[in-house]
Design a protein around this ligand. Structure first.
Ligand code: ADP
Ligand code: MG
Length: 370
C-alpha cells in the first residue's frame, strides 16, 4: 500500500517563498510508487489548504514572484482521531483522508522552531526531521551555544544583550572582550535577517536595537575569520555525514542580500576543497553537534574553518533549504544518496522514530498502576 505523505509548506515566516520552492522540488521528485502525495499549503495568514497538484503555485518559475494558488473551498483542518488523524475540508465538513507521514518543509518561525513538530505530535503523525526539542534548540542560537559549550563543541564567544540591557555597559563589555568587527544577531532568526557585521563601536547600539526588533535576545559575537563549511547529516541514532561543502560569499559576509537578492551573492563549492583529515573532523563535529542538540532525521551543520585549521561551530539548521539545488540535497547527492531516495529515507526515518516513541508511551502506560 502506498503511504500517504503530507507535504507541508508555505507558512507565516520570512522564508515562505523559499519553502514553496522546496515543496515544488520535493513534489516533483517524490517516489509515486511508494507515496500518495497530499499537498498541505499554509498561507501567510496561517490558514491551511489541501492544494490541488495541477494548480497550487503561481509564477512557479520566478523565485521573486512565486506564490501559493489556493482557494477558500480548499481550506482544511487536521484533527486527531482515534489515535490517528483526519484531514477535514472546512467548507463541506467532509473527510479527505489520513496522513501516514508528514514532511514539513516550512522554514523559520512556526515551521522550524518546534511548533509544527508539536502539532504533528499531538495529531500522532510521524514527522520528518527533528522533534520539538531538537527543533527549538536548533532555532535558539543562545540555548544552542550553551548546550554545545557543555558538549565540548567550540563556538564563537559571545555577549548576550536583552531589551533591558544598558547600552554603556554593553559597549564596555564588548570593548573589554572583543576587537571590532563583531557580529550582532537575533537569537531566533534565520536567513541572516537582522545579522550585522559591526565595524566600530558607534555602530554597535543601532545594530543591537535592530536585532532586538526581531527577537528578545541578541548575541554579540567575536568575528571569526575563516571559510564557511557545511555538512549534511541524515539519521536518527546511526548518523550518516555527507562530504562537506563550502559557501563562498561575495559580500563581506553571507548576508540576506548574498543569500536571496544578489544572484551572484555566493558561490557553492561542492565538495569543499579541504584535506581528508579536515573532512573527517568536519564530519565528526557535525555529528557531535547533531547529537548534542537532540536532532533526528536531518540537519545541515554550518561551521567556520580558520586559517590555522580550527573548526568553530556556527549553527545548525533542522529544516534546511530543500530544493534540488540547495546545499543539503546537493551534499547528499554527492555522497551517494540521490534526491528521490533521500526523500524516501527521510520519511522512513520519521516512521521508525515515531514507532519507537509510541512503544515508549505504551510501556509507560502499562508500567503505571496509579
Ligand atoms: N561570529 C561570526 N564571525 C564571522 N562571520 C559570521 C559570524 N556570525 C555570523 N557570520 C556571518 O553571518 C552569516 C549569517 O549568520 P548565521 O549565524 O548563520 O545566521 P542565520 O541563522 O541567519 O543564517 C554567516 O553565514 C556568516 O557569513
Ligand atoms: Mg546561517
Amino acid at each position: 500500500m502506498k503511504r500517504k505523505l503530507g507535504l507541508i509548506f508555505g507558512g507565516r515566516s520570512g522564508e515562505h517563498e523559499v519553502s514553496l520552492q522546496s515543496a515544488r522540488s520535493i513534489a516533483g521528485a517524490l517516489d509515486r510508487e511508494k507515496f500518495e502525495l497530499f499537498l498541505l499549503a499554509i498561507d501567510k495568514q496561517g490558514n491551511w489548504y489541501l492544494a490541488d497538484e495541477a494548480d497550487y503555485l503561481a509564477n512557479a518559475d520566478d523565485p521573486a514572484k512565486i506564490a501559493l494558488s489556493v482557494k477558500e473551498e480548499q481550506r482544511i483542518a487536521l484533527v486527531p482521531r482515534n489515535g490517528s488523524n483526519a484531514i477535514i475540508n472546512l467548507a463541506r465538513g467532509e473527510e479527505r483522508g489520513t496522513l501516514d507521514v508528514a514532511f514539513p518543509i516550512v522554514h523559520g518561525t512556526f515551521g522550524e522552531d518546534g511548533s509544527l513538530q508539536g502539532m504533528m505530535a499531538m495529531l500522532n503523525i510521524p514527522c520528518v526531521g527533528a522533534d520539538v526539542m531538537g527543533s527549538s534548540l536548533g532555532m535558539d542560537k543562545v540555548l544552542a551555544k550553551e548546550v554545545l559549550i557543555r558538549a565540548g563543541v567550540p563556538v564563537a564567544d559571545y555577549i548576550l544583550a536583552e531589551t533591558n540591557s544598558k547600552p554603556d555597559e554593553i559597549k564596555k563589555q564588548v570593548s573589554q572582550k572583543f576587537a571590532y568587527p563583531v557580529f550582532v544577531k537575533p537569537s531566533c532568526s534565520g536567513s541572516s535577517v537582522g545579522v550585522v557585521k559591526v565595524e566600530g563601536e558607534e555602530e554597535l547600539i543601532p545594530a543591537i536595537e535592530k536585532a532586538l526588533s526581531y527577537d528578545r535576545q541578541v548575541l554579540i559575537e567575536e568575528s571569526i575569520v575563516g571559510r564557511e563549511i557545511e555538512c549534511a547529516i541524515l539519521g536518527n541514532e546511526e548518523l550518516f555525514a555527507s562530504v562537506p561543502g563550502e559557501i563562498i560569499p561575495r559580500h563581506s559576509f553571507y548576508s540576506y542580500e548574498a543569500k536571496y537578492i544578489d544572484a551572484e551573492g555566493a558561490k557553492l563549492e561542492l565538495p569543499a576543497r579541504i584535506s581528508d583529515a579536515v573532512k573527517v573532523r568536519v564530519q565528526e563535529m557535525a555529528k557531535k553537534t547533531y547529537k548534542a542538540l537532540a536532532c533526528c532525521g536531518l540537519a545541515r551543520v554550518d561551521m567556520f574553518l580558520t586559517q590555522d585549521e580550527q573548526l568553530i561551530l556556527n549553527e545548525i539548521n533542522t529544516l534546511p533549504g530543500f530544493t534540488r539545488i540547495s546545499m543539503y540535497p546537493k551534499l547528499m547527492d554527492l555522497s551517494g544518496i540521490p534526491y528521490t531516495e533521500l526523500i524516501t529515507r527521510l520519511a522512513d526515518l520519521a516512521v521508525v522514530r515515531h514507532a519507537q516513541r509510541e512503544q515508549h508511551l505504551k510501556n509507560v502506560l502499562s508500567a503505571g498502576s496509579y
